[in-house]
Design a protein around this ligand. Structure first.
Ligand code: URA
Ligand code: SF4
Length: 208
């Protein structure tokens, strides 16, 4: 409890992943909890060597309460398989743990979380990294990269190289890459194969 705004007062100190997961539904660190169905915390191995960080849950994840179970998650699964990485051996989470959207009739349209949401939710990510103590953190897309590195990142300029995250516990090595949704948007168009291959290559680097 440092008096920082955001999730700090809801994050149990030195909690393991299970105690973090148990506390997350109570978080009121920003306003996004109010319209979401539920918090989407994380999935995967507490002892993982690699932590993958996405942006925020999507519509499917908000309903299921699990990260990366919708279309972007399926693409991520394909990329992990192509990179020879077992999904069960990584820890999957998001920079922001509640779904931000705008309602359009009955549809819920993804709305990118703002820097304020990323900052508000950061204590959860810090606590997860402290609990899992991975060697490597992979940031999927610019929002995740901002959360992990604490600065603006151009994915195209910095992807696939080793970076450091002074703002995270135990200083894991960091790789940034594209978000699976960005690759998915190219499906059926020119550039898709290259974009998918680049994501796979970055995942392979990270898991190396
Ligand atoms: N996109 C993300 O960034 N995270 C998810 O959990 C699902 C889609
Ligand atoms: Fe808390 Fe993060 Fe949800 Fe905001 S998005 S209420 S900070 S868990």
């Amino acid at each position: 409890m440092t008096g920082r705004p955001g999730a700090d007062r809801w994050v149990p100190p030195e909690g393991d992943v299970e105690s973090l997961r148990a506390a997350a539904p109570g978080c009121r660190g920003c306003e996004l909890w109010a319209d979401a169905t539920q918090v989407v915390f994380s999935a995967g191995a507490e002892r993982a060597r690699v932590v993958l960080v996405g942006e925020q849950p999507g519509d499917a994840e908000d309903r299921a309460g699990e990260p990366f179970v919708g279309p972007a998650g399926r693409l991520l699964d394909e990329a992990l398989a192509a990179a020879g990485v077992d999904r069960a051996e990584v820890y999957l989470t998001n920079a922001v743990k509640h779904f931000r959207f705008r309602a359009q009739g009955k549809r819920r349209i993804h709305a990118k979380p703002g820097v304020a949401h990323v900052k508000a939710c950061h204590p959860w990510l810090e606590a997860e990294v402290a609990a899992v103590r991975p060697d490597v953190v992979v940031a999927l897309g610019a929002t995740a990269a901002r959360a992990v590195l604490g600065r603006d990142v151009r994915i195209g300029a910095e992807r696939g190289t080793w970076l450091s995250a002074p703002g995270l516990p135990a200083q894991p090595r960091v790789v940034v890459t594209s978000h699976p949704s960005a690759v998915l948007r190219l499906r059926g168009r020119s550039g898709y194969d290259e974009a998918f291959a680049a994501l796979v290559a970055d995942l392979r680097t990270a898991a190396g």
